[in-house]
Design a protein around this ligand. Structure first.
Ligand code: NAD
Length: 258
């Protein structure tokens, strides 16, 4: 029997990452679920395995290069293959521009930008180990396509991810590796609930008002579910996207037209 293709998803314990894990498992991938929160990652792995899929949880801090390489190697050793990395883990703090601190800058850039670079390097090692190409998929955001209010740090990191995606696509094409990004809009996840709460609080309003500041511009007039994003990532992880590289697939219900 031919081995399953193997995908590695960072931030796979909740939110968008969890939906990506479940979708890729359904599509026939063996999945490495990598997260800072090992307990939650294990719970997702158990759910996938109970439903006939194949998943293994691993703890990782994506801001730590050595740790990312260790976690990716562990999953690759376990499944004896490595085909797709989804660099999904990210932080989305609300940071009015005058409030940004050096500590926040370091933390958010190390996770959102560093995590993508280390993920690319770790995946590259494994693709070379098996002597084939692969697919690298990075999480950006509609806020990485157009600047969003109060998100200077976050938007900056997500613009950077699109830039890195374009460069890596050019650098790695000859190794038969494609590199693309996905840009969600306003997705019902713990991260987005937190942003809505803080934007509301800063304006002296409630969470619902905070959410509406983002949601009012959605052409399709509904918030995104994590599964809407996972559908697009499944396309980027599968063969139907083989002739795409360097692109950002915007999955935001029509907030940004690009
Ligand atoms: P979330 O906060 O709900 O989940 C993120 C997961 O990443 C958590 O399980 C967390 O434990 C993990 N994580 C955090 N720091 C980590 C680290 N250093 N190492 C390893 N794992 C870590 O987030 P989400 O809303 O599901 O977002 C996932 C991705 O999608 C992020 O990159 C985010 O920027 C992007 N995104 C989200 C939205 C949205 O509306 N929720 C919109 C656009 C883009």
């Amino acid at each position: 029997m031919e081995n399953k293709k193997v995908a590695f998803v960072t931030g796979g314990a909740q939110g968008i990452g969890e939906a990506i894990v479940k979708r890729l498992a359904k599509d026939g991938f063996a999945v490495g679920i990598a997260d800072l929160n090992l307990e939650k990652a294990q719970a997702v792995a158990e759910e996938v395995n109970a439903q006939g899929g194949e998943a293994l949880a691993v703890r990782v801090d994506v801001s730590d290069r050595k740790d990312v390489i260790r976690a990716v190697t562990e999953i690759s050793d376990h499944f004896h293959e490595f085909n797709v990395i989804v660099n999904n883990a990210g932080l989305g703090p609300t940071t009015p521009i005058e409030t940004i601190t050096p500590e926040q800058f370091d933390k958010v850039y190390h996770i959102n930008v560093g995590g993508v670079i280390w993920g690319i390097q770790a995946a590259l090692q494994q693709f070379e180990r098996y002597g084939h190409g692969g697919k690298i998929i990075n999480a950006t955001s509609q806020a990485g396509v157009v600047g969003n209010p109060d998100l200077a740090l976050y938007s900056g990191t997500k613009f950077a991810v699109r830039g890195i995606t374009q460069v890596a696509a050019r650098d790695l094409a000859e190794k038969n590796i494609t590199v693309n990004a996905f840009a969600p809009g306003i997705v019902r996840t713990p991260m987005m609930m937190d942003i809505a709460h803080n934007v509301g609080k800063n304006a002296g309003k409630d969470d619902e008002w905070g959410m509406q500041q983002f949601a009012k511009d959605i052409t399709l007039k509904r918030l995104s579910e994590p599964e809407d994003v996972a559908n697009a990532v499944a396309f980027l992880a599968g063969n139907d996207s083989n002739y795409m590289t360097g692109q950002t697939l915007i999955v935001d219900g029509g907030m940004q037209f690009h």
